[in-house]
Design a protein around this ligand. Structure first.
Ligand code: CU
Length: 176
């Protein structure tokens, strides 16, 4: 009887622990990251590459925006939209984007070829994930806001984000 009792307590402790850790950890973590937003500028070759990771954004084509007059979100100029039909859409919890400026003029580079991957490094090492590149501007922003990226699935943890722009590249380490 004693043995059974001990096992039951042990199992309950295991089950209870993650939810307690989550409840205690999440609010402080969010505050520290400024509502979960990360902004990291780096110099890479002739570019200034600024990685931004924030909450998932509503994304619209130009035609959709004209029809529905959204007040927040982003306009997709071209590329791949994550957020149509399909499974796993609710997994897309962040918006990952890179702004590519010419380092000398600090203006957007014209038509850069951008590729982005991210890889969870903690709590578990995961395979790199390729971000389908959409070319976007924020709603009601001008073309100086042009940037590259998409909504992504990034649960809390540490990540390595690799960005390639033409011949230049940068690697970022972030914690969400
Ligand atoms: Cu964006």
């Amino acid at each position: 009887m004693l043995k059974t009792y001990g096992a039951a307590v042990f199992a309950a402790a295991l089950i209870a622990r993650p939810s307690v850790a989550g409840a205690a950890g999440t609010p402080a973590h969010t505050a520290a990251m400024g509502m979960g937003t990360v902004t990291i500028p780096v110099t890479a070759g002739v570019y200034r590459l600024t990685l931004m990771i924030g909450p998932r954004e509503a994304m619209y084509t130009q035609a959709q925006a004209r029809r529905s007059h959204p007040t927040t979100g982003e306009i997709m100029l071209r590329g791949t939209m994550m957020g149509g039909m399909g499974m796993g859409m609710d997994m897309l919890n962040h918006h990952l984007e890179v702004h590519v400026l010419d380092r000398r003029t600090m203006r957007p580079a014209s038509n850069p070829v951008v590729s982005i991957t991210y890889q969870a490094t903690s709590p578990m090492m995961m395979r790199p994930v390729q971000v389908p590149i959409a070319v976007m501007v924020g709603l009601n922003m001008d073309m100086s806001d042009i940037h590259y990226g998409n909504n992504v699935s990034m649960p809390g943890g540490a990540y390595r984000v690799s960005v390639h722009v033409n011949q230049a590249s940068a690697t970022y380490t972030v914690r969400l």
